[in-house]
Design a protein. Structure first.
Lengths: 376, 242
């Protein structure tokens, strides 16, 4: 501990350079943590649904194709199925085209059975009671300043009408925070009962029966005009998100490129700083400081700079992403997952370690007499 | 017979610069008795600083042996040598070589960080050392806030604070005006007298001869003469008074 003071004094000897180095690392870690959060958030969605006993049944031709709502009866009668809810994408906006958020029409009868932890007590009953009811995630409520009991009108972008809804409750924190769910019978009525849905959510009686249900349903609807693909919810999300894998990989690669390039700049700065102090290092060694101690102190400086930069970068990325998602503009809420924070800080420490280690090692190993002669 | 603080026996030091070999010291033998204040003098390139570096354990001889305080340092490994320097050597440089971001107090405290002393003990040692060099009132000043002479005093306090076996000074007056140089030489004499410190000083400064007991003259890496310094009379007188 007695050397910490010495490390800090040396580290802060050129405050402008220190601030610029910390800021450059902070910027690189800001970019890294923000970009890497995208795939991490996607992985989190998949991981969070891994333990669910829900299946998703959709058109085998793809998600853009619909299924007849009549399938619901057959699905409900299939063995091991506890509940089934059909879902349709409405694609409405609030006022402006930028006011986008996920809004779905769902069957109200068994919604609380399929998603039991999404509805607070009493809300499911209210949702079933009122045909124009809707339930909204907390982020969307906050974004538009809505409150329970308020009537809101959404503008249809796919459907040629603008339905008005009554907010009967707020979804719990277990539901996606920006979801807007309303009753499908209301949509059907306005659309003239076309009788098609995007997909079905099915609750199985146990995880063991999920493959049996999937096989049974896909076999049932085989050779029909709308063949189905049924899979577990986590598998469905993973498949859906796999479409974005190239983008995620590019984001991660871009983040690493930024970190590496800033790391090289930081290494150059560390090398300059250490080179300027060669004489002092020689003096310290001549009065008894060992090479290892000198190396440890110099590397310690770099690691502290890296970690401080990392904390600043991660912190500002967290705040900015939160502000952007709260501010709306159609951007879904992205929170930097703890694993990304940990990765970023470890990366920052490694960045500091590597940028400082090589010039520090060279300085610590330099012949004392040569280093002193350079001064004279 | 005097006990030797420094034994340099048949030491040669050869530097390789590209394809050239430079013989800085050539089969040099010097014995410095304990408690003496001696100067090593000679023209540029005579090997003075090389000899000092060998005595201080910051360089290794090509051949021969060096013993300081009865301890042979020639075969010591780097880490062992660093520890030894911390315990036995106090170094004073021509350009003071203080750490600019540390105060006078912190600069003097620096070698004590390597010891087992606690904070309070370190403070006591540092305050004593700064009092000895007459800078007790400047301990919170940074090197840039001190004159050259004061900086060199701080450097001497840093060399003194661990109570080393010998103090090694390389041109300690080389960057100072005449008045400051005189003050530094007087301070070294005082340290030698009061604390019985063996002091080896490399210098070009002819004034130094008035202060030291023995002058070792080198030329081209060879010892060409050992002279009694003019300071010897003062030393003897001081010894008689004591």
């Amino acid at each position: 501990m007695k050397y910490v003071h010495l490390v800090l004094r040396n580290m802060t000897r050129n405050k402008r350079r220190l601030a610029l180095t910390v800021m450059s690392i902070a910027v690189s870690l800001f970019v890294f943590s923000a970009l890497v959060s995208l795939p991490a958030v996607a992985n989190q969605i998949v991981a969070s649904s891994a333990s669910s006993v829900r299946l998703v049944c959709y058109n085998k031709a793809g998600l853009t194709y619909s299924l007849p709502e009549a399938y619901k009866q057959k699905i409900a009668l299939a063995p091991h199925v506890e509940a089934v809810v059909s879902q349709g994408w409405f694609g409405g906006i609030y006022h402006d085209p930028t006011d986008q958020f996920p809004n779905f029409a769902i069957d109200h009868e068994q919604a609380d059975l399929v998603w039991p932890d999404w509805f607070p007590p009493g809300v499911a009953a209210a949702f079933k009671h009122l045909r124009t009811a809707c339930v909204v995630g907390p982020a969307t409520m906050k974004r538009f300043g809505w409150h329970v009991g308020q009537q809101v009108m959404l503008k249809g972008t796919i459907y040629p009408f603008n339905p008005t809804f009554t907010i009967v409750g707020e979804l719990t924190s277990k539901a996606p925070p920006d979801f807007f769910l309303f009753r499908r019978d209301y949509l059907e009525e306005m659309a003239g009962r076309p009788g098609f849905v995007s997909l079905f959510y099915i609750k199985a009686d146990s995880s063991d029966s999920m493959p049996l249900i999937a096989a049974h349903l896909d076999e049932t609807f085989a050779n029909s005009s709308a063949e189905t693909q049924t899979e577990s919810e986590s598998s469905f999300y993973a498949g859906f998100l796999s479409n974005y894998q190239a983008l995620f990989r590019m984001a991660s690669a871009l983040g690493m490129i930024v970190v590496i390039s800033i790391g090289l700049v930081a290494a150059n700065t560390a090398a300059m700083s250490i080179r300027e102090r060669r004489s002092e290092i020689a003096v310290m060694r001549s009065i008894g400081f060992s090479r290892h101690l000198i190396l440890g102190m110099l590397v310690g400086e770099s690691v502290i700079i890296g970690v401080v930069g990392g904390l600043l970068g991660c912190g500002s990325a967290y705040v900015l992403l939160k502000l952007v998602s709260v501010g709306g503009r159609g951007i879904p809420e992205i929170r930097i997952p703890p694993i990304v924070v940990a990765e970023s800080l470890v990366l920052a420490a490694i960045l500091g370690l590597l940028s400082g280690y090589f010039p520090a090692r060279s300085a610590a190993r330099r012949n004392i007499v040569d280093a002193l002669r350079t001064v004279a | 017979m005097d006990k030797y603080a420094i034994d340099v026996e048949h030491v040669s030091r050869i530097y390789k610069r590209d394809e050239f070999e430079i013989r800085a010291l050539d089969d040099l033998t010097i014995h410095v008795p304990e408690g003496k204040f001696v100067a090593i003098m000679g023209p540029s390139g005579s090997g003075k600083t090389t000899l000092l570096n060998l005595i201080a354990g910051i360089d290794h001889p090509t051949t021969g042996r060096v013993a300081v305080g009865g301890e042979e340092i020639t075969g010591m490994k780097e880490r062992e040598l660093a520890r030894w320097r911390g315990r036995h050597i106090g170094l004073v440089f021509q350009f003071y070589n203080l750490i600019p971001v540390l105060t006078a107090f912190e600069n003097v405290e620096l070698p004590l960080l390597l010891t087992q002393l606690g904070k309070a003990d370190r403070r006591e040692h540092v305050e004593t050392a700064l009092r000895v060099v007459g800078l007790a009132d400047r301990m919170n000043h940074y090197p840039r806030q001190l004159s050259g002479g004061q900086e060199q005093r701080v450097a001497i306090a840093r060399a003194l604070v661990t109570d080393p076996t010998i103090i090694v000074a390389d041109e300690p007056t080389g960057d100072l005006d005449a008045k400051s140089a005189e003050e530094i030489l007087n301070l070294l004499v005082e340290l030698n007298r009061q604390f019985k410190k063996t002091i080896v000083m490399v210098t070009h400064d002819s004034r130094a001869e008035r202060h030291v007991e023995t002058v070792y003259r080198l030329d081209k890496g060879v010892l060409v003469g050992i002279e009694e310094g003019k300071g010897v009379a003062t030393h003897k007188a001081a010894g008689a008074q004591a």
